[in-house]
Structures are given as C-alpha cells and as structure tokens.
Design a protein around this ligand. Structure first.
Ligand code: PMV
Length: 309
C-alpha cells in the first residue's frame, strides 16, 4: 500500500539571518509543496521536479536522496520513493525542509508539531550548517508564523487582518545557505556591536511587519520590508539581479520588496502589494526582467480568537 506525506515551501518575510542569532522572524507557507509517496520496494527514488527547474549538482545543495535517507531511516531500503518537488529547489523557498517534513509524514512521524519539528531539524542538518529551524517550522505549521529561537524555539501562528497579496520570485543564482550563514557569522565576530544592532533592527522589522499583518496594513508591512532590505543589502546579501528585481517591483507599485532567505549571489525575493491588480502589475514587471514570479494570496485568519486590531 502507498503512503503519502506533503509539506509546503515557505517565504521568509522578515528576519532571515538575524533569526539564527535569536531575533524574531516571520515566514509564510507557499501554495507550492513537496509530496513524498512510499511504496514497498527496494530504495529506488523517482524525483520529479517542476518544469524549467533543476536540482543543481552544487556542492552546497542538500542532495534530496541524503535527506530522504535521514528522514526515512530503515524504511528507505525497503520502499520505493516518489518525490514530487513542487517547490523550486535551491532558491530560498525551503524545498529541503518541505522534503524532510513530507518524508517524515509519509514515514508516519509523530503528528505533534513540536516533536515533528525536532525530527525535521535533525534531518535538515544534512542540508544547512546551523539551521534556525524556521523552514521546517513553516512546513509543519502550514500557516503564517512568527518564529524565534533563543534557549528554546517559539512558534506562533500569526493573525492576518485583511487579505494579503504577496509577489514571490527568484532572480540570479542561489549559492547555497551554509556558506552565506558562515560569512555573516564571520562578519558578526569582527563587528559584534554593529552587527548585533543591525540584527536587533531586523527583529524589530519582523515585529512591525507582524503588526502590519494583524492589522491588515500592507503599507506598514512594506515600510518594514524596505528597512530590512536596506540592512540586508548592507550585509552584502543582495545580488545584482535581486536588487534590480526589488527596484522594479517597487517601481511597478509594490509597497515594499526585499530579498528573502539566505541571499548572497541571488535567490528568492518578495514584494507586498495593496491589491490583486497591483500584484499582477508587479508580476508583469518582474517577468519583463526575466524573473520567475507569481502571486501568493493569504486570507483573513485570526488564530486563537485574536481580534484583528
Ligand atoms: O535556506 P534559505 O535560503 O531558506 O535561508 C534560510 C534562512 C536563514 O536565516 C538564512 C538560515 C536559517 O537557518 O534560518
């Protein structure tokens, strides 16, 4: 009998890199997901990837097979595995974490979110040097979250006070997360006070952005994104194609836009728009630059009976 697990990719709206050092971050699930199907067999892997995407043989990319082996344990040798990688790989959309969580779910991992996160973190350590855990957390929670890791991990589902229109895209070539995280660690050792304050500001942008989400205030979200983008650019994390794309998105009417995820030479970017119409205009502008872009929509949700204001 076949068993299946599924988990979504993610977009980090606020707090990438700073989250590794204890700052708050905000991330949202994507409509794109990874599906893993197990059938009794002999450890054959059938990897299906989205049209136009490829799994780079880059040495920093987590090999999907290594993730599967770690997630499935003994079951790997006694099953054939089909992976439908609906999340573009090596772009900052959390494809490794989604694959890890989908495989764990297919293998019958615990349903309790905190327990599953522990397992996913172990699996994902194959991919990242020192993962904060934000990627598997979104894959597991499957809703917009505020994530913070200090002495322990805290994950909170975020209220969304009004329909939210994000444009998500990828530009340039993602060089892998681990070397970029290591480089920021090195910079932080050389200038701890400066980098510490910049990280605090990124955490403050995350909290302002979370307030904007709760109030249904895309202008506040956009403002916080522009400030975060300035700081991340100062860290040397914004590649030329991403910088051009961010400028083009804002030029086409986005209220704010920024890189997302590890960054470095290239990778994911995200823009917030006031309306569906504006979002379509931003997508057109980005596609005009050769950037792969699409709209992600989030409906109103008020977890834990919170009011929107
Ligand atoms: O691997 P990416 O591009 O999704 O980036 C993950 C976010 C970082 O903050 C850079 C790393 C982490 O583990 O949180």
């Amino acid at each position: 009998m076949a068993v299946r697990g599924e988990a979504p990719g993610k977009i980090i709206l606020f707090g990438e890199h700073a989250v590794v050092y204890g700052a708050a971050a905000v991330a949202l699930p994507l409509t794109k997901s990874v599906k893993v199907t197990l059938r009794p067999g002999a450890g054959n892997v059938d990897l299906r990837i989205p049209k136009g995407a490829e799994v780079p043989a880059h040495h920093n990319a987590a090999a999907p097979v290594a993730l599967l082996e770690r997630a499935l344990g003994d079951a790997f040798a006694t099953h054939d595995v089909r992976v439908e990688l609906g999340v573009p790989p090596m772009a900052g959309f959390g494809s490794s974490a989604a694959l890890a969580v989908a495989a764990l779910r297919a293998a019958g991992a615990p349903r309790a979110k905190a327990k599953l996160l522990e397992r996913a973190l172990d699996v994902e350590s194959v991919a990242h040097g020192r993962p904060s855990g934000i990627d598997p957390a979104v894959a597991i929670w499957g809703v917009p979250i505020r994530f913070q890791r200090t002495d322990r991990i805290r994950v909170r589902a975020l209220p969304i006070g009004a329909p939210l229109h994000l444009v998500v895209g990828t530009a340039g070539v993602h060089g892998g997360t681990a070397p970029v995280v290591a480089r920021i660690g090195e910079t932080r050792r050389r200038a701890p006070a400066l980098i510490g304050r910049a990280m605090d500001a990124l955490g403050a942008a995350a909290d302002a952005g979370a307030k904007g989400l709760a109030r249904g205030d895309p202008a506040l979200i956009g403002q916080a994104m522009r400030i975060a983008q300035g700081i991340l650019d100062g860290f040397g994390l914004v590649g030329p194609e991403v910088r051009d794309a961010v400028r083009a998105a804002e030029g086409a009417g986005a209220l704010g836009a920024k890189m997302s995820g590890a960054g470095g030479t290239g990778g994911a970017l995200v823009a917030v728009c006031a309306s569906e119409r504006d979002a379509k205009r931003v997508v057109r502008a980005l596609r005009g630059l050769g950037v792969r872009a699409w709209i992600e929509r989030y409906g109103v949700s008020l977890p834990r009976n919170r009011s929107a204001r």
